[in-house]
Each structure stands twice: as C-alpha cells, then as structure tokens.
Design a binder for this molecule. Structure first.
Ligand code: HEC
Ligand code: HEC
Length: 232
C-alpha cells in the first residue's frame, strides 16, 4: 500500500511536466505548420540588406527573450497592427499630395488563433531563447519620467519619432509603433535592443545612437508610461 501511494505521488508530481511538454509540442507543431512561412523560428537573422527587405514577418527565434507572454497570448487572438505601414513600409507606401501615405489595400490582416492555440503557441514561443547572452537580466530599474521629457528625448534630442509612432497617426511609419511597447516587450530586451540594434539584427536600418545607460533606462520609463496611457 505504501509503495502504491508513493507510486501515485510520483505520477502526480510528473503530471504538470508532461502537460507542459505536450502544450509546447502542440504549439511548436502549429508554429511550424502555419507560421514558419512568414516567420523565422530558427535564426540566424539575415546578414544582407536584401535579406532584411525580403522578410515577410518579424523574426521569432528569440521570442522568449523579447515578448511578454501575456501580451502574446492576447495579441495572437486579436492581432492589431504594430508596424503602421506593414512589413516593410516600402511595399505599402504610395505617394500622396502631402507626401507618403499608407496603401492599406496592400496590407493583409494577421492570422488569428483561438484561445487554446494562442496558449500553446505562446508557450512554444517563450521557449525560443536565442540571444540570451545579449540580455542583462534585471538591468531595467523601474522609474519615472515626465511625458514632456520623454517626448522631447524621443523626438527632438534623438530623432526616434522619424521612424516610430508614439500614438496612432503620430510619428514615423518605417518602424514598429512604440505606444504598446511597454506591454509588448520585456524591459531588459528593450534596453539591449536600443543599446545595439545590430547585435540582434545585423542589417536592420535602426541606427545605433550610442545611448548612455541612463538614457536607455529613461526610454523604457517613457514606453511604459505611454503603454499605461494607451490602455486607458
Ligand atoms: C502571411 C505572413 C504571416 C503569417 C502566415 C504569420 N504571420 Fe505573424 N506576422 C506577420 C507580419 C507581417 C507581422 C507584423 C505585423 C505588424 O507589424 O503589424 C507579424 C507579427 C507577428 C507577431 C508580433 C511580433 C512583432 O514583433 O510584431 C507575432 C507574435 C506573430 N506574428 C506570430 C505569428 C504566429 C504564431 C503565426 C502562425 C499562427 C503567424 N504569426 C503567421 C506575418 C505573418
Ligand atoms: C531609421 C529609422 C529608425 C530610427 C531613427 C529609430 N528606430 Fe527604433 N527601430 C527601427 C526599426 C526598423 C526597428 C525594428 C523593426 C522590426 O522589428 O520590424 C526598430 C526597433 C526598435 C525597438 C524595438 C521595438 C519592437 O517592437 O521590436 C525599440 C524599443 C526602438 N526601435 C526604439 C528606438 C529609439 C529609442 C530610437 C531613438 C534613439 C529609435 N528607435 C530610432 C527603426 C528606427
């Protein structure tokens, strides 16, 4: 009897591990089947400019170091646009009277997953952890910045607004919007990416602005404040 009890206990302890592994497997199978045509799940990132422009969707092979899982799970069920002019903007911009405008007829909606699929895929994505050596875990220290100062840094001092929107319809079209970045991206990832974008993506066209550690922290404060404001 005692033996049996112990045996049962072993199975109960192992159960969560088994369920976890099968969730991950199901998610991985779905990723391979429905997502790998547009997203690179294995890396490395393209090493030529042509390779960058040919990309059909963002690289996901370091998803576990980049995204917040709660955001992934929600977004996969209800995707909203992150790059206002698609990926990449060159394919979805036409000339208008006042400069470039987005040709939305060429922008396709992102595939949607149901709740169960989104859960499994999120788990699988969070296990893709290339680039860990570029992340200093715990580097970001929560703090505050005034919106006015954040905007000044983002626009006038550093010229980031030329490529990134800080609210829908306000800012550049060639990069991802940053008003949801605070919900979407892990803080330590943002710091690492802004410190050296090419360490993650060798030929990406975001310039390395050689930001000081203090400014990296301030930008993340700003993105978190923007995300909080955007949620209301
Ligand atoms: C036809 C191409 C295509 C397919 C198929 C596709 N995606 Fe995407 N995916 C994109 C594009 C393009 C974006 C960028 C969307 C944007 O910026 O608004 C994107 C964005 C994403 C993002 C947000 C990442 C980020 O940094 O912007 C995730 C997560 C994602 N896709 C996961 C998936 C999963 C999971 C599947 C399979 C179920 C999938 N995608 C299938 C093209 C695709
Ligand atoms: C010339 C255009 C350009 C400028 C200027 C620029 N970026 Fe970027 N940025 C990009 C592109 C392109 C990406 C990556 C796009 C992708 O993953 O599809 C990016 C990515 C990012 C990311 C990661 C966002 C994400 O969703 O993956 C952050 C954070 C960021 N930039 C912040 C900044 C800050 C802060 C500045 C100013 C110091 C700046 N950027 C200046 C083009 C630019």
């Amino acid at each position: 009897m005692e033996h049996c009890q112990r045996y049962l206990l072993c199975w109960l302890l192992l159960l969560p591990v088994a369920v976890n592994a099968s969730g991950n497997d199901a998610g991985m199978a779905l990723l391979q089947k429905d997502c790998s045509g547009c997203h690179d799940l294995t890396g490395p990132a393209p090493t030529t400019i042509a390779g960058v422009w040919q990309r059909q969707g963002p690289d996901l092979f370091y998803a576990g170091n980049k995204y917040k899982p709660a955001w992934l799970k929600t977004w996969l069920q209800k995707p909203v646009r992150i790059r206002p002019a698609g990926m990449y903007y060159g394919r979805h911009i036409k000339e208008g009277a006042d400069g470039d405008v987005i040709d939305s007829t060429t922008l396709k909606p992102h595939p949607r997953l149901n709740g169960e699929q989104a859960k499994a895929v999120t788990e699988a994505l969070m296990s893709l952890r290339a680039g860990s050596h570029l992340i200093n875990e715990g580097e970001y220290k929560p703090g505050k910045i005034s919106m006015a100062m954040g905007e000044l840094m983002f626009d006038k001092f550093r010229g980031c607004l030329a490529c990134h929107e800080i609210e829908e319809g306000y800012g550049g079209l060639s990069g991802p919007e940053v008003y949801s970045a605070g919900n979407r991206l892990q803080e330590d990832f943002m710091i690492s990416y802004m410190r050296d974008p090419q360490a993650w993506d060798p030929r990406i066209f975001m310039p390395n602005k050689h930001l000081k550690d203090r400014d990296l922290q301030k930008f993340v404060h700003f993105f978190r404040a923007l995300a909080a404001e955007n949620e209301q």
